[in-house]
Ligand binder design. Structure first.
Ligand code: FAD
Length: 432
């Protein structure tokens, strides 16, 4: 019998599987599709290749993903994305820095605003942030008279970390915690220099050393007996295990649970969870028009992006480039095809305006609406306190990892914080 069944070959699912396997657990990972990555599974087209969006590593070598890598004996080289440029509302390009070399090395805001930002970040304490979780960023701006370029700076960073562009909905506490951490660690975003595929392959190898991955295997139901998970049902048969971990959005997990197995409150949170949504625009370029490594932010429409092929050579054929932009939208916006087309057009125009040198030759472009970026959007009405724990209530042995959980932080941090928390709980419980 296996020690643990994992549902979903997502990055959080596979990292947890690899950690457990290293700890001597026999792991069985079941994945409905034939590829790893879940919602962020890789794509290929005409020699260009990527994962949807910009799967970045938050806090680089000081963040939870890297801590997990180190535990697994993996040390991927990271390209820091601390340097960034903003195409401002007056159509001028201004530089900002996030993490190293520090806030004051930017020309986005005045020196005074820079010093004010530094003072503000120094004075924010953990407990103050906790109290501010349900306060919106908009309310916080008013309360602290934050205006002008400093407000814009915090807004663009908040759009990137929460995938929400409405300051009246963004949680001030959760967002400021991210900036404060970046300030403290002097490190913010990074990207694996060799891309994600070698990392996924390493995780797969770790799992199969002492376990198995079954692709194209759909779990029909999670089996629960007398308040304890006993395994899962696959193709009409029960595969037994004393532990099951769901690495999938909470919206999908509920359908797999027997009726009445968990609390009504848990079912309600899963049912009411509102995901973040976005438009993703990929531009495959025939020529190389920009050589630096870093993020681009556009103020209108609020969006962020990067030249992925500058970060990892595998993303585009030699001499060509792949630029990817993420434009967070509301669920209402993504339902309007004309609006989506207008956003896509504006993003391309912004890029041409931002990098006017040389003619940008687009080989092809593709835009797609992502209806679920984070499975529970980080908003002031969906803060950590409103999200789910790492265990499914009333079902012993059933755990949850990923972006539906109450793990601290923003995207690409929450997932891995949840993995570390869940791993610790599972190991402690087994050793008790
Ligand atoms: C465009 C895009 C960009 C993103 N960028 C980032 C980013 O930069 N940073 C970040 O942290 N996160 C990002 N995410 C989110 C990231 O994809 C998810 O957080 C991550 O994949 C983990 O998600 P999840 O566990 O909720 O499950 P999902 O990604 O939804 O995956 C669930 C998996 O479970 C499998 N599955 C479902 N039901 C069954 C079943 N019954 N039996 C077997 N298998 C099943 C599915 O096939 C799937 O592989 C992005 C997502 C998208 C869509």
């Amino acid at each position: 019998m296996v020690d643990c069944i994992l549902l979903g070959a997502t990055l959080p699912g596979m990292t947890l599987g690899a950690l457990l396997a290293r700890e001597g657990w026999k792991v069985l990972l079941l994945e409905r599709k034939r590829v790893a990555g879940g919602r962020a599974a890789p794509w290929k087209r005409d020699g260009y290749f990527s994962m949807p969006g910009i799967p970045r590593v938050r806090y680089g070598e000081k963040g939870p993903f890297y801590r997990i890598c180190e535990q697994l004996g993996l040390k991927p080289l990271l390209v820091p994305l601390n340097q960034a440029w903003v195409l401002d509302t007056d159509q001028k390009v201004r530089r900002i820095t996030i993490g190293r070399p520090g806030i004051l090395r930017a020309d986005f805001f005045s020196r005074w605003d820079g010093f004010f930002a530094l003072r503000l970040l120094r004075t924010l304490k953990g407990e103050t942030l906790e109290d501010m979780e349900e306060e919106s960023l908009e309310e916080w701006f008013v309360r602290n008279t934050i205006r002008g370029s400093l407000q814009n700076y915090l807004k663009v960073l908040a759009y990137e970390s929460t995938h929400c562009t409405a300051p009246e909905k963004i949680s001030a506490g959760e967002t400021l915690r991210c900036f404060q951490k970046a300030f403290r660690l002097r490190s913010y975003l990074a990207y694996p220099r060799e891309g994600w595929i070698p990392i996924l392959e390493h995780l797969e190898q770790e799992i199969v050393k002492n376990g198995e991955i079954r692709w194209q295997t759909r779990v029909e139901r999670i089996e629960v007996e007398e308040g304890r998970v006993v395994g899962v049902r696959v193709a009409g048969e029960t595969v037994k295990a004393p532990h099951v971990v769901c690495a999938m959005p909470c919206q999908q997990l509920v359908d797999l649970l027997p009726r009445g197995a968990t609390t009504q409150e848990f079912v309600n949170v899963c049912g009411k969870a509102v995901p973040s949504t976005a438009l993703i625009v990929d531009l495959a370029l025939k020529n190389r028009i920009f050589h630096k490594k870093g993020l681009w932010f556009f103020m209108d429409p609020p969006s962020y992006g990067t030249f992925l092929s500058n970060l990892c050579h595998r993303h585009a054929p030699a001499g060509k480039q792949l630029a990817t932009f993420v434009c967070p939208c509301s669920p209402e916006e993504v339902r309007q095809p004309e609006l989506v087309r207008a956003l896509e057009k504006k993003i391309e125009e912004n890029l041409r305006r931002a990098i006017p040198r040389g003619e940008m030759a687009v080989e092809w472009k593709r835009s797609h609406v992502v209806r679920m970026l984070e499975s529970i959007a980080i908003q002031s009405d969906q803060t950590r306190k409103d999200r789910l724990g790492y265990r499914v209530p009333n079902v012993d042995g059933l755990f949850l990892v990923g972006d539906s959980t109450c793990a601290p932080g923003a995207s690409m941090e929450m997932e891995y914080e949840s993995v570390l928390e869940c791993f610790e709980r599972m190991v402690t419980e087994r050793n008790a």
